[in-house]
Design a protein around this ligand. Structure first.
Ligand code: AHN
Ligand code: ZN
Length: 334
């Protein structure tokens, strides 16, 4: 009898101990792992063509590469070819590349970035290079590199997950990766800036905002990526994004903080930037800009519009922080 009592008391004690154990609630993300090595390889592959300046063979070949990569990952690729003019009247041929996943789904999300590179290193310390085109490893190739890796993840997910794949679970959701052309050809600083200076940037997205790639196209929201590959990068909340799409800023910043990349996504306000997201907003779709600020200078990345915007300054850590955050946003979307 006494033995039973001891067993009873002991078990009470035991239960008590178990209950006092601290409850560890660790967030488990539903998203797959973004591979920064493959994103890095896609950035390098674009740079290997040479500067992606309109009306050049390097540009055209790289456009084919990007379109082919997206289609190899199972996307439906739309091309938007258009004519435009530089600040000085030079005629250019542009190509926006839109890679659609689950193309017939009514609820769509845009993830975008520009694929052209700046024709002039007009902020290089050496003025001898001011008219030389740049690699644009960060300014251009980094966002497309991240987007290609996101597309590869969707493709892999579809191949491996079957009935529980991303789109099987979200049949009415579609994702469009939009690669803008002719973003970075705004009037160079060595020329007098006319009064239409602002409109000399973002020519590809300007065209798209007037004529979407699909009639009647719309999307829930957009996230534009710009300069997401350099070391010493931090992302502030950009002013125009906060005006037109504050809930999208909240969504993306919360996703980053949830998965441990909070140090890259600061809740401080950045300034307003003329970028492709402005054109997406203009066409009625709320869109934010995820654009880097240099942690040391507080301005654009130090290689911005210089000959140093090359692979030497690309950081896998920054690519990973942005790419994993994007996967988190996608995989927590209903
Ligand atoms: C201007 O400098 C006017 N806008 C910045 C947009 C940009 C250029 N992003 C990359 N290159
Ligand atoms: Zn630029």
């Amino acid at each position: 009898m006494r033995k039973l009592l001891y067993i009873f008391l002991f078990s009470l004690l035991w239960q008590g101990c178990k209950e006092k154990k601290p409850v560890v609630t660790e967030y488990v993300s539903p998203a797959p792992q973004f591979c920064e090595d493959s994103a890095y390889a896609y950035v390098a592959a674009q740079c290997a063509f040479g500067p992606r300046v309109m009306n050049t063979a390097a540009h055209d070949s790289c456009g084919d590469y990007i379109a082919q990569k997206f289609s190899s990952f199972g996307a439906t690729v739309y091309d938007q070819y258009a004519d435009s003019k530089l600040y000085d009247g030079t005629a250019i041929k542009m190509r926006n590349i839109i890679a659609a996943f689950n193309p017939d789904a009514p609820a769509r999300i845009i993830i975008s970035g520009h694929w052209d590179s700046r024709p002039w290193a007009d902020y290089d310390n050496d003025s001898a290079y001011h008219r030389t085109p740049i690699d644009g490893a960060n300014d251009g190739a980094s966002s497309i590199g991240v987007m290609l890796e996101l597309a590869r993840q969707l493709h892999q997910d579809a191949a491996e997950k079957g009935d529980s794949s991303f789109f099987a679970l979200r049949p009415s959701l579609g994702i469009d990766f939009i690669c803008w052309d002719a973003e970075d050809c705004g009037t160079p600083s060595f020329e007098a800036h006319g009064e239409n200076h602002e409109s000399t940037w973002c020519l590809g997205s300007q065209y798209w905002s007037g004529k979407h790639h699909v009639d009647g196209y719309t999307a829930r929201y957009g996230i534009n990526l710009d300069m997401v590959g350099n070391a010493n990068s931090i992302f502030f909340r950009e002013t125009i994004s906060m005006l037109y799409a504050p809930s999208v800023v909240d969504k993306v910043w919360a996703a980053a903080h949830r998965i441990g990349y909070g140090k890259f996504f600061s809740y401080e306000d950045g300034g307003a930037v003329t970028d492709d997201h402005v054109q997406v907003n203009r066409s009625g779709i709320p869109c934010i800009d995820v654009i880097a600020t240099d942690t040391n200078s507080g301005g654009f990345p130090v290689t911005w519009h210089t000959m140093n915007d090359n692979m030497k300054y690309i950081s896998k850590e920054t690519l990973k922080a942005v790419g994993q955050t994007m996967l988190e946003v996608m995989w927590t979307e209903q």
